[in-house]
Design a protein around this ligand. Structure first.
Ligand SMILES: [Fe+2]
Ligand SMILES: [Fe+2]
Length: 282
């Protein structure tokens, strides 16, 4: 979807980016530490411990069924030792996303978050199953794939509701609806937002490319695209599940999923989604 942008569109993006809340400093530092070669468990523990509320939320979520740890984790350094840097980084980021705010959530807030959490969880399941990517990288990339939509919704508020209504009711292709109603689509905006927040390059690429034709995708982007397809089939972020599907969507098919495999895969994902409820607060 890399259509030429007019100067007006580019100005609009830059203007909106300036209004976007910055990522909390802890989140930015955790992103840096998790991708640094010589970081230690103590570095990440020190960062997170500054905020006791955050530390206890992370301890709570890492003990959820989603991670299936053999023993109860009591300290952050234990969490890093058992789950690894990347999983703990993800737990921090999930808690600190600017749109995970308290208070009244709109219909659009809910629909987008439910979808993002479902794609994050499904990406982790698919990468574990296919062995194509690191499951924790896949979770983060899945969580952030529609960042552009989350950010547009946060910035435009009521103006974004008709866009989400159309997507939720499957009235038209989501990219087309966004371009028609707000002048910019979530892949273009998501790339800019994630660059601004210094997310890893692969995560930025997933946000930018996940609506390109499936046969042009590989690695993390292919996994997240397949997870996105499955989330739509299962009705995560749309009014109703698309059941029974008559054909396997393209990215899932490239991953080797056949029509006969879909039920079992959906069941596996449904179990993971149930276990991930605490983590994402859905
Ligand atoms: Fe998308
Ligand atoms: Fe999506």
């Amino acid at each position: 979807m890399a259509a030429e942008m007019s100067k007006q569109q580019i100005d609009k993006i830059l203007e909106m980016l300036a209004d976007l809340p910055s990522l909390p400093a802890v989140a930015t530092k955790v992103l840096q530490v998790a991708s640094s070669e010589d970081a230690t468990a103590a570095d990440i523990t020190r960062l997170v411990s500054v905020d006791q509320g955050l530390a206890s939320k992370i301890l709570g979520t890492c003990n959820s069924a989603f991670y299936g740890l053999p023993q109860r984790v009591k300290t952050l350094s234990q969490a890093v030792a058992l789950l690894g840097f990347k999983a703990v980084r993800n737990l921090v980021l999930v808690q600190l996303m600017p749109w995970k705010r308290a208070g009244q959530k709109s219909f659009a807030d809910e629909a987008i978050w439910v979808h993002s959490a479902a794609v994050a969880t499904t990406s982790r399941v698919l990468s574990g199953q296919t062995g194509r990517c690191d499951p924790e990288e896949a979770l983060l990339a899945g969580l952030m794939h529609d960042t552009g939509r989350l950010a547009l919704n946060q910035l435009l508020k009521e103006k974004f509701e008709p866009v989400m209504n159309a997507i939720y009711n499957r009235e038209e292709d989501s990219i087309t609806v966004e371009r028609e109603l707000v002048g910019i689509d979530h892949t273009v905006f998501g790339e800019k937002v994630l660059e601004k927040w210094s997310f890893p390059d692969e995560v930025v690429r997933v946000a930018r490319d996940h609506h390109q034709p499936a046969e042009q995708l590989d690695g993390l982007t292919l996994i997240v695209r397949a997870a996105d397809e499955l989330a739509w089939l299962m009705g995560k972020g749309v009014r109703e599940p698309e059941q029974p599907p008559t054909e396997v969507p393209p990215a899932l098919s490239i991953l080797g999923v056949s029509l006969g495999d879909l039920d079992a895969l959906e069941e596996r994902v449904a179990v993971a989604l149930e276990q991930a409820r605490d983590l994402f607060g859905v």
